[in-house]
Design a protein around this ligand. Structure first.
Ligand code: NAP
Length: 255
């Protein structure tokens, strides 16, 4: 008998983990995506897309599919699905383990302003017009319509449609990872004076943080939401080590 793993994904780590598990005879792995991007990255394992219908829906899915291990490898700002995973694992009585990247830590030379919400980030930009690089999700951009005095460079995976109701915005569609040298070039090219970002952690979007340090550019970082207190690891390697000792299933030849 194999373990049936459901990975709640949407992150580079979830994909890397799936790459490591594909073909492993001990596991049958499926990955779940929220369906936020139009053309999601190719995944190495079977994928299902879209919400489950809350906690009950996720718990029902786990039971129906005979999932024996639930892995929460979602983005650190996707707090709702993490809360649902914690509750559904309890309801369906399956072990849950989270894969959570640790946040970036401030280093000497960083000019960080940490705020509690996107609304606070808008306020932190101040009253003097600035040229601002926004690297938030498409769904989080509306609050910037309240500050039309700034010039914005807005980067997202999919186009922002409809565009924001502001006079000065340049849109860029691009998917990470983003190298520091490319980010530095972008910051220079657009004469960026401030960046608004999430503290996503991990290497793939750190380039802008490092480049901002080099140029002394302010980074307004939206703080992470509170996440449920569940067993967790920080890296794909730690997750593989945990899985190697996953509890054997009844009747399983796995020891
Ligand atoms: P969320 O607020 O935690 O989730 C909202 C709902 O979306 C969940 O209740 C669930 O619907 C569905 N959902 C989320 N992740 C799912 C998954 N992996 N598989 C199936 N359904 C999923 O998350 P969000 O709305 O996607 O995003 C919140 C924040 O996370 C934003 O700041 C966003 O930019 C950031 N983020 C998200 C992703 C991502 O892949 N989701 C990637 C990068 C960044 P049901 O209740 O119906 O099950």
């Amino acid at each position: 008998m194999k373990h049936s793993i459901l990975i709640l994904g949407g992150t580079a780590e979830a994909r890397k983990l799936a790459e490591k598990l594909v073909g492993d005879p001990r596991f049958a792995t499926e990955l779940s995506l929220a369906g936020r991007t139009r053309a999601p990255a190719e995944q190495p394992v079977p994928v299902r897309v879209g919400g489950f219908g809350g906690v009950e829906g996720l718990a029902a899915y786990i039971r129906e599919k005979g999932i024996s291990i639930l892995i929460d490898a979602t983005h650190p700002y996707a707090a709702q699905i993490s809360r649902n995973a914690a509750e559904a694992s309890r309801l369906a009585d399956v072990p849950l383990i989270a894969l959570r990247r640790s946040p970036w830590q401030r280093q000497a030379g960083d000019r960080w302003t940490q705020v509690g919400s996107v609304g606070e980030a808008v306020e932190a930009l101040g009253s003097v017009p600035r040229t601002v690089f926004l690297t938030l999700g498409r769904q989080e951009l509306l609050p910037f319509e309240a500050a039309p005095r700034h010039h914005y460079l807005i980067r997202s995976v999919d186009p922002v449609e409809p565009p924001l109701n502001i006079p000065h915005a340049v849109y860029l569609t691009s998917r990470g990872p983003f190298a520091e040298a490319d980010e530095a070039r972008l910051l220079e090219e657009h004469a960026i004076e401030a960046i608004v970002a999430k503290n996503s952690g991990g290497p793939s979007s750190y380039g802008k943080i490092a480049a901002a340090r080099t140029f002394g550019i302010e980074v307004i970082l939206v703080r992470r939401p509170d996440l449920p207190d569940v067993p967790s690891v920080e890296t794909v390697e730690e997750m593989l080590a945990w899985l190697a000792h996953a509890p054997a299933l009844p009747g399983s030849p796995l020891k």
